[in-house]
Design a protein around this ligand. Sequence first.
Ligand SMILES: [Zn+2]
Length: 137
Amino acid sequence: MECKENHMNQQHDDTYWKEKLTPEQYKVLREKGTEAPFTGRYVHENTQGMYVCAACGNPLFRSDAKFDSLTGWPSFDQALPNAIETHPDTTLGMMRTEITCTRCGSHLGHVFDDGPTKTGKRYCINSVCLDLEHSTE
Ligand SMILES: [Zn+2]
């Protein structure tokens, strides 16, 4: 096992991520970029399954939490327990809440309090940060 000082997290250095991720994924996940709206592969995805972190495989969202927010990014109304961490983000002159993967610390997107469902949350996630694992049932 590498990184023996990190008991909880799978933190890695930039060299590791540059080899593992595509340039687009690296830009979003590790440099907190944002993919262009309506370009992501999961914007209109309706297949049942589990959305996991594209960087480390950590399960993040169930497909039944996904809804069409019409924003051009995959959106969810709740995350799995302890799957994500939130951080205040005041870049671009806005007050937003950034979300990152609990396991590897990668940037995923932002969460907003204007969700249309009973949770009131809208997790706005970049498609490149996600991998959909189809359910086998
Ligand atoms: Zn992760």
